[in-house]
Design a binder for this molecule. Structure first.
Ligand SMILES: Cc1ncc(COP(=O)(O)O)c(C=O)c1O
Length: 429
């Protein structure tokens, strides 16, 4: 059991709650990771706060103007107040699927389910996990991942996590690592996580790596293993490097093999810059599935939603839908992405100036909101020094890695942020 859960249980010892908590309740705790470190940075990181997992500008959230307009003026009473329909607003589900196909040309001719609306991508992941994971089932994922997976996979589902190192020795995605771990699973089924662009590394596969990943999965599927592949596409569309594969792995896998059930977990959260709206989606794709079979999966998913969230936010769904119809929409969205891309470029340039500085090693990154450093010093000491002496907030990932969110650092502050982080690391090396 996690130590934080044990501490809470100790505080509750001899109370009625201690006797009443379920096994799951006993395992629960609030992680000390990103949320707590971000709260600390909010207080102390007056100069640079690179902990925030949203896109900001001048300290305020970025947004796509037509969404702001729709949310403030255009919605009618019946688009705001009633319950949302089961599975989500039909027109939004259809629009999301249509856009998914436009953004992923490989999907154009492939059959998929209709997306089901969830309350953000966290709930998509949690619902998919509840549908496909029993206690002790094997999950395959890299060692650098979004920390919230722990609560869902370990505490909620009690799955067995099989890690492989995210990067290969050559510095790309570790396809061989994925293959070795998947091959080693004795059970007839496995649950594979693919999160690209990745949190916390900001890495997405190249086109060649995407092919290799698909080949590894198909090879195992052909041997009879049944595989759920959950593509966590939280940062989809934020691709900043020419070599990166600019489609979802879902598009590659949706008809790859009868034994591969591909699931696309995505959300308006980051793609449409509406972090607090809580609108996510679940879409299924598998070779040979009939429309009735997709519908059966959608109904099971709606059942899981009904028994947990009941219903998702109606005004949020309608605001997004209205904004999609605006002729300004795409341009306004691309302006936001371009701002983040310019920060990515500036960050690369600044890091290049420190190439010979070995107190920090930038991990490869080409997309998303984040980049991560390997540290020669203790990562928590570095975080504390940055916070307390330099008023700079970063996230400690583990003993030897920190994460920077360039999504929340204005372009002109990037050089000074990089210098500050290197200076603090040099002090501790
Ligand atoms: C990799 C990854 N997946 C899922 C999520 C959850 O997104 P949402 O806010 O839509 O629940 C996040 C949010 O930070 C994330 O980084």
């Amino acid at each position: 059991m996690n130590k934080l859960a044990e501490d809470l249980n100790r505080t509750l010892e001899n109370t009625s709650a201690a006797a009443l908590l379920s096994d799951y309740g006993k395992r629960l705790y609030v992680p000390k990771g990103i949320i707590v470190q971000s709260a600390e940075a909010k207080q102390k990181a007056k100069k640079y706060n690179a902990t925030i997992g949203i896109a900001t500008e001048g300290g305020k959230p970025m947004y796509i103007k037509p969404i702001r307009d729709a949310f403030s003026a255009e919605l009618t009473d019946s688009e705001i107040f009633p319950y949302a329909p089961m599975g989500g607003v039909a027109a939004l589900r259809a629009a999301w699927l249509e856009q998914m196909k436009l953004k992923n040309p490989l999907l154009a001719a492939k059959e998929t389910s209709l997306p089901v609306v969830t309350s953000g991508l966290t709930s998509s992941i949690s619902i998919v996990a509840s549908l496909f994971l029993d206690k002790g089932d094997d999950v395959v994922m890299p060692d650098l991942y979004w920390e919230n997976y722990n609560l869902i996979l370990t505490e909620q589902r009690q799955a067995k996590i099989n890690f492989y190192p995210f990067f290969s020795d050559k510095g790309g995605f570790n396809v061989e690592g994925l293959k070795a771990v998947l091959q080693g699973i004795k059970a007839p089924k496995a649950f594979v996580f693919l999160n690209f662009p990745n949190n916390p590394t900001g890495y997405a596969p190249t086109a060649a790596e995407a092919d290799e990943i698909a080949a590894v999965l198909v090879e195992q599927a052909a041997k009879g293993k049944k595989i759920v592949v959950l593509c966590d596409d939280a940062y989809f569309g934020l691709f900043f490097d020419d070599k990166v594969f600019r489609q979802s792995m879902f598009a590659r896998l949706a008809d790859a093999h009868e034994n591969i059930l591909a699931v696309k977990g995505d959300a308006a959260t980051k793609e449409e810059m509406v972090w607090g709206f809580r609108v996510g989606f679940i879409t299924y794709g598998c070779k040979g599935y009939t429309a009735a079979q997709y519908d059966a999966l959608v109904q099971k998913t709606m059942g899981a939603l009904r028994g947990s969230l009941s219903s998702c936010s109606l005004p949020s769904q309608n605001a997004i839908l209205k904004a999609f119809a605006s002729p300004e929409y795409e341009q306004s969205k691309q302006q936001g992405i371009e701002k983040i891309r310019l920060r990515f470029e500036a960050l690369k340039q600044e890091l290049a100036k420190h190439a010979s500085d070995d107190c920090l090693t930038p991990l490869p990154f080409n997309s998303g909101y984040f980049m991560a450093f390997g540290c020669r010093c203790d990562a928590e000491q570095l975080r504390q020094l940055l916070l307390n002496k330099y008023e700079t907030g970063v996230i400690r990932l583990d003993d030897s890695h920190i994460r920077l969110a360039f999504s929340s650092i204005d372009l002109e502050k990037i050089p000074a942020l990089v210098n500050t982080v290197y200076q603090a690391a040099a002090e501790l090396s």
